[in-house]
Design a protein around this ligand. Structure first.
Ligand code: ADP
Length: 257
């Protein structure tokens, strides 16, 4: 099965060159704009396995590297996803990396410079990365708090690929391809999304993502009236605030009639 990804700029070439040189990659951009899809596409294109870790506040360095576990009365070492990626020459994708605990970023340091190694102190072993191994992290600079920004010393280790919302005609093309809705519906959805993204200056945390447009398009393609599809995916899903919900509903009326 071939993964669909609509390129927006030079990101495919940039990623390929980074992979060729074993350089780590940082994907920067809002949630739902296609970062994870891009990594899956690139892994398939390069013929490398992909191991994805969704980072959250409990994720520690040991969760990534590995630990001894008690199994059937004896202790056995179990590799974490990072060590497993190194042993198998995979792409290790740490989604929303700043959500993880600070020690996770420290573990990445020797891996993301010319040492390309991972010390497993508990095991008394140091893993050396094979040429195919690659670290990719994603990060949403607009959404996270200042406390959860990447430090310059970490950021500078990465080749950065910036993602934004696709131009309207391309975003509509993606929505048609992903949801099966008709092009006219997709164009309306993109206009709505553009309106929600402008509401960020009025306090909306995030505008509608390409992902939410695909969801709206899928509901519409399966016969739900467009307005109901949008109410479910583009109003309630974006905010709990009453004033902002009212503003979003007004937007629905002005774009859909
Ligand atoms: P992120 O990782 O940035 O949060 P995803 O990669 O999960 O976002 O994208 C969300 C959805 O948006 C995808 O499942 C896909 O349907 C769609 N999408 C966004 N951008 C693209 C693109 N350039 N090509 C194909 N699909 C895309």
């Amino acid at each position: 099965m071939s993964i669909y990804y609509r390129a927006l700029g030079n990101e495919v070439t940039l990623f390929e060159k980074a992979a060729e040189h074993g350089l780590p990659v940082l994907l920067k951009g809002p949630t739902g704009c296609g970062k994870s899809r891009f990594v899956r596409f690139m892994a398939e294109r390069l013929g490398r396995p992909l191991i994805t870790v969704a980072c959250q506040e409990d994720l520690s360095a040991a969760d990534l590297t590995g630990r001894y576990l008690l199994e059937g009365g004896s202790t056995v070492w179990r590799d974490g996803p990072l060590a497993r990626s190194m042993r198998t020459g995979a792409i290790c994708y740490l989604d929303e990396v700043v959500e993880a605990r600070a020690d996770v970023l420290t573990v990445l340091h020797p891996l993301t410079d010319d040492r390309r190694c991972l010390p497993l102190e508990r095991l008394g072993e140091e893993l050396q990365a094979p040429p195919e191994f690659m670290v990719v992290v994603s990060y949403n600079p607009g959404y996270q708090s200042v406390a959860r920004e990447l430090k310059p010393s970490t950021r500078q280790r990465f080749v950065c690929i910036e993602f934004g919302w696709p131009p309207a005609n391309i975003e509509a093309e993606i929505v048609v391809a992903e949801s099966g809705c008709d092009p006219q519906t997709a164009r309306l959805l993109v206009r709505l999304a553009e309106g929600t993204r402008k509401l960020r200056s009025h306090g909306l945390a995030e505008g509608a993502s390409t992902r939410s447009l695909v969801h709206a398009g899928s509901l519409a393609a399966s016969g739900l009236p467009l307005k109901e599809a949008c109410e479910a995916t583009l109003v309630g899903a974006l905010t709990d605030d009453e004033e902002l919900s009212a503003a979003l509903r007004e937007l629905l009326v002005s774009v859909l009639g």
